[in-house]
Ligand binder design. Structure first.
Ligand code: PLP
Ligand code: COI
Length: 362
């Protein structure tokens, strides 16, 4: 089927350059939005149609719209980077396009062709390139998402969808640039069970994680660490990041993709970069009790969280009802810093991109 052509309706009163410069000084994460957005509609009768870049504006939807009741919703997260030479680039966007399709399939939603996903992203970044902050670690965070838009209260896959992409100028995800974050090990709540939606990027996964994240904050931690739902024994991931461990023999490990964790694109990139740098890397289950014992014996030297928003963030401490323990020196470890620097170097065009991950837009 031919892909729909895009129409472009420029914003009649975009944010002026001085105001934008003020907003970009310290944008934080997810609060500063650009002038335009992409929308594409789908119906089972007409397929994908009405592809448009227009002013970012509220969606007007009926109160009986399916997404409001049964949460048939998925999203993605990727960044456009300002390169050292002033150009703009995306990092492995085809992986986000593929994961978006996988998420759609799991949630019984219409599958957006990957070419249309990618064209939406490229066009929006080209329209909004002035919104990429120049500050260190700054980027344009792109948030593609899709909602079930049929007006119907029967419980069934929607026959209509709205796909949209919005863009947000961002700095660091964690406030204050803390040297390392702390994790609350959730014993009451799990994120995903076998056969569930853990590997899909659907809003419901995040809704169900919030009570555990709130508990983590109450316990004085930055993030929640989820264990597997069956045994409450195996480390899975954080609410919005994957996790890695670095051992004293130079080995790296991360939990395997068994269907309950999100297959992170940063996770996949770190696995590759670490192997390229000569590390032995394992994707294998790691029990929380073993993690505690290894931290105490010194076998576990470093741990870090990784994701598009968090990049690579050192983990200094873990806490549960059993008490807390520190990992390594409690701050950023050498291997973590080296991996982060290599990843960011590739993303900003200063390190060799030997796998062809960077897509230059200009
Ligand atoms: N795990 C969860 C639950 C996430 O929300 C994210 C963020 O997207 C990740 C892991 C990391 O994925 P990625 O590296 O593709 O951003
Ligand atoms: C991302 O890293 O892109 C995420 O989606 C994590 C969080 C902001 C939901």
């Amino acid at each position: 089927m031919a892909l729909p052509a895009f129409t472009f309706d420029p914003h009649p009163s975009p944010v002026d350059a001085d105001e934008r410069a003020r907003l970009l000084v310290d944008p934080g994460f997810g609060r500063v939005f650009t002038d335009h957005m992409v929308t594409i509609r789908y119906s089972s009768a007409a397929g994908w149609h009405d592809a448009r870049i227009g002013p970012r504006e509220p969606l007007t939807i009926d109160t009986a719209t399916a997404v409001l009741h049964y949460a048939q919703e998925i999203f993605e997260g990727l960044k456009a980077y300002r390169l050292a030479d002033g150009g703009t680039a995306l990092f492995r966007p085809e992986r986000n396009a593929a994961r978006f399709r996988d998420s759609a399939r799991r949630m019984a939603m219409a599958e957006l062709p990957e070419a249309l996903f990618l064209e939406s992203i490229r066009r929006l970044v080209q329209t909004e390139r002035e919104w990429i902050p120049t500050l260190d670690g700054g980027a344009l965070y792109l948030r593609p998402f899709m909602i079930a838009s049929e007006v119907f209260l029967g419980v069934k896959p929607s026959a209509e969808y709205i796909f949209a992409v919005i863009a947000s100028s961002v700095g660091a995800y964690f406030k204050g640039g803390a040297p390392a974050v702390s994790l609350w090990i959730s014993e009451n709540y799990t994120r995903a069970a076998p056969g569930g939606t853990g590997a899909a990027k659907c809003g419901g996964n995040y809704a169900s994680s919030l009570v555990a994240q709130a508990e983590a904050i109450r316990q004085g931690c930055d993030q929640v660490l989820f264990l597997d739902a069956a045994e409450r024994r195996w480390i899975e991931e954080l609410g919005g990041m994957n996790i890695f461990f670095v051992f004293d023999d130079g080995m790296l490990a991360t939990p395997p993709l068994t269907g309950t964790i999100l297959p992170g694109i940063t996770r996949d990139s770190i696995l590759r970069i670490a192997r390229d740098l000569g590390f032995e890397v394992r994707e294998e289950p790691y029990a929380i009790d073993q993690c505690r014992a290894d931290a105490e014996s010194g076998r576990l030297r470093e741990a870090f969280a990784c994701g598009t928003a968090a990049v690579v963030t050192p983990i200094g401490r873990m806490l549960s009802r059993q008490g807390d323990f520190t990992i390594g020196g409690g701050g950023p470890g050498q291997t973590t810093q080296r991996l982060r620097q290599t990843l960011v170097g590739i993303q900003t065009g200063v390190a060799e991109d030997r796998h062809g991950w960077l897509e230059r837009l200009d």
